[in-house]
Write a new protein. Structure first.
Length: 353
């Protein structure tokens, strides 16, 4: 499956230039990394935008940018992944339900809060009546959407699939994450130094990442996806053997991986999964990470996937994403590994075109 168009919106100033990653690296001293992009009016009519939550606006704009990047006007399928859906609208609906003592109230916020609202709004914007699917699988939501497109590509040679993941920050979610120690206890956290704190929890982020995929390779293609694997549970001692088995299935070895992109988020309770690979299987491999730039959220791995596509296209790793000092000798294969609080482990293998 070839990646022919990409787009991402998050806490960073993402460059739309083909030969650049970021306009400028944004730094934060808070536990919440909110969306940086604000020029929604370029893509969405102001009258329609008033009724859209943050996740809908992010999803629609990222989807339109990915299609524009791929020079595709109409996709043959829209496949999205989200961990929490339009959480802010859900909060508003529940607050109104409580305020009215569970009486009659407008269904508008309920309609706008369902998890498939983003995919539906993208379809409305494009007037697209094709296959439309949303996956809500926690931190494997984006990978599940990508896997759907990957499987369909084998039987749909001439179709273009619009695939993406989106999640937003909401106050109630933020409070809940603080209660169960998913957020750092420190009130001021420097995002670029997130791995130095050595404490439980991480920083919360939001964003949307979309891609146009196809079985057809183009001169402008970013990368090809060779395989995707998901594991709900993995013990630390099983990790290296599982990755070796995954690579063996794809006729490659750990020594043939040129870059490994990891989901380190600074949580001392769960980053050990990544440390095992950093100090073991991929000790001599160029390593990159990304959650210090955009924060942790259920579909943050979509940004990691965007980063992998850009690295393969531009043949370099942004200095802000370097995790070790191993010099990049060649850049043909990238392995992405992500997990969320010890669960929903995912492996994605990409190759240059």
């Amino acid at each position: 499956m070839f990646i022919n168009g990409i787009s991402t919106l998050n806490a960073q100033a993402i460059s739309l230039k083909e030969d650049a990653f970021f306009e400028e690296i944004q730094t934060y001293n808070t536990r919440n990394l909110n969306l940086y992009f604000s020029d929604f009016k370029t893509y969405i009519k102001p009258s329609a935008m008033r009724r859209m939550s943050s996740s809908i606006k992010m999803g629609v704009v990222a989807a339109l940018q990915a299609l524009e990047n791929a020079k595709v006007q109409q996709p043959d399928a829209i496949i999205t992944g989200t961990g929490m859906g339009c959480k802010t609208d859900s909060d508003v609906f529940l607050e109104k339900l409580l305020a009215s003592d569970e009486g009659l109230l407008s269904p508008t916020k309920f309609i706008q809060s369902t998890h498939n609202t983003v995919a539906g709004q993208i379809a409305l914007q494009l007037q697209c009546k094709a296959y439309n699917m949303t996956y809500v699988q926690g931190s494997a939501s984006f990978e599940s959407a990508l896997l759907d497109a990957f499987l369909q590509t084998t039987s749909s040679r001439n179709k273009n699939f619009l695939v993406g993941g989106v999640d937003e920050i909401s106050k109630h979610t933020n409070d809940l994450h603080e209660l169960d120690k998913q957020l750092k206890e420190e009130t001021e956290v420097h995002n670029l130094q997130i791995l130095d704190y050595k404490t439980p929890g991480s920083i919360l982020g939001e964003g949307a990442s979309f891609f146009v995929t196809s079985a057809q390779k183009r001169d402008s293609s970013y990368a090809s996806v060779k395989d995707i694997q998901l594991y709900n549970q993995l013990r630390e001692e099983e990790l290296e053997s599982t990755i070796n088995s995954f690579l063996e299935q794809n006729n490659t070895t750990s020594e043939e991986i040129d870059v490994v992109i990891l989901g380190n988020n600074g949580d001392v309770n769960f980053d050990n999964y990544y440390h095992i690979l950093q100090e073991g299987l991929f000790k001599k491999t160029a390593q990159a990470y990304y959650k210090h730039l955009v924060g942790e959220f259920y579909t943050a791995s979509g940004f990691g996937f965007w980063l992998a596509c850009k690295i393969l296209k531009l043949q370099e790793i942004p200095s802000a994403c370097l995790l070790n000092d191993v010099e990049l000798q060649k850049n043909k294969r990238i392995l992405l590994y992500n997990q969320y609080r010890g669960k929903d482990h995912s492996l994605i293998l990409l190759e240059s075109c």
